[in-house]
Design a protein around this ligand. Structure first.
Ligand code: SAM
Length: 250
């Protein structure tokens, strides 16, 4: 038995070593250019909408992402705007004692349809008054400035054409004492890992609609948001961030 455990451990260490070695050996990409255009990525989400929950449910459970979502969304209060809501995976976690209303939106018509369907189910729905509409997180003209207590964005920054523009929109609509809650994935502080993400970024974007190698903290700072809490997970590729519009710090 001891021999089996020792062999399995040695195999795991050797495989991990091979992956790290592969990451170091890959020639770094000369530019951070993204070649898969927005239209193609949008079509990827339209394609995936019906199977999205089945595709991510078990990995989100085992990786702890489901718990991170629940923890993040538990902090939402008041008037909530959830951007790029997808199929509405966060809906069950809003606390009806703290949240007055959730306005959720997504650019994909099929995702909006899935999210609306989920609202009508006991397992996926919520008792919080929730509406889902189609819209662009980069241009939310229908939302007045400084009117939202909590903006929630889960895994949206990898998908926008202009993530900094979307974050600026989130900051614009947030009240001075409001919060922007983010759970995102992006490049790691480990060079070998980011090298691998960079190398396969275009292929991943084509298939899944998102760029998994964006520098999340740099985007948040560039948008002028002040990070008030942050943690990173999964070798620094998953980020849980609470931020506020910079003007609110004075
Ligand atoms: C990776 S999925 C995440 C979905 C959901 N937030 C979740 O956590 O499961 C990214 C979502 O962003 C949406 N999206 C992409 N560009 C968008 C935009 N400009 N405005 C609003 N939603 C957008 C896609 O349609 C897709 O539903």
């Amino acid at each position: 038995m001891l021999r089996v455990v020792a062999s399995a451990s040695a195999a795991a260490v050797a495989s991990a070593g091979a992956v790290v070695g592969y990451g170091y050996a890959l020639p770094p990409r000369s530019c951070a250019c993204e070649t898969v255009r927005a239209g193609e990525r949008e079509r990827a989400y339209e394609r995936q909408a019906a199977s999205f929950d089945d595709a991510v449910a078990s990995s989100e459970y085992w990786s702890g992402i489901e718990r991170m979502r629940a923890r993040l969304v538990y902090d939402a209060r008041g008037e909530v705007l959830e951007v790029a809501c997808g199929t509405g995976r966060n809906f069950p976690y809003y606390d009806p004692m703290k949240v007055e209303r959730v306005r959720a939106m997504d650019a994909s018509g099929n995702m909006v349809e899935e999210a609306r369907r989920k609202l009508s189910t006991r397992a996926g729905g919520t008792t919080v008054k929730t509406t889902v509409t189609r819209g662009d997180a980069q241009r939310m003209r229908e939302v007045k400035s400084g009117t939202v207590d909590t903006v929630v964005d889960a895994f949206g920054l990898c998908s926008y054409d202009d993530p900094v523009g979307a974050l600026r929109e989130m900051a614009r609509v947030t009240k001075r004492d409001g919060r922007v809650l983010l759970i995102e994935h992006g490049r790691s502080e480990y060079r070998w890992l980011s090298n691998i993400l960079d190398h396969f970024a275009d292929a991943h974007a084509k298939r899944w609609g998102c760029y998994w190698n964006r520098d999340i903290l740099a985007l948040v700072r560039e948008a002028g948001l002040e990070v008030t809490k942050k943690s990173s997970h999964h070798l620094g590729t998953t980020f849980v961030i609470e931020a506020k519009p910079r003007a609110a710090s004075t």
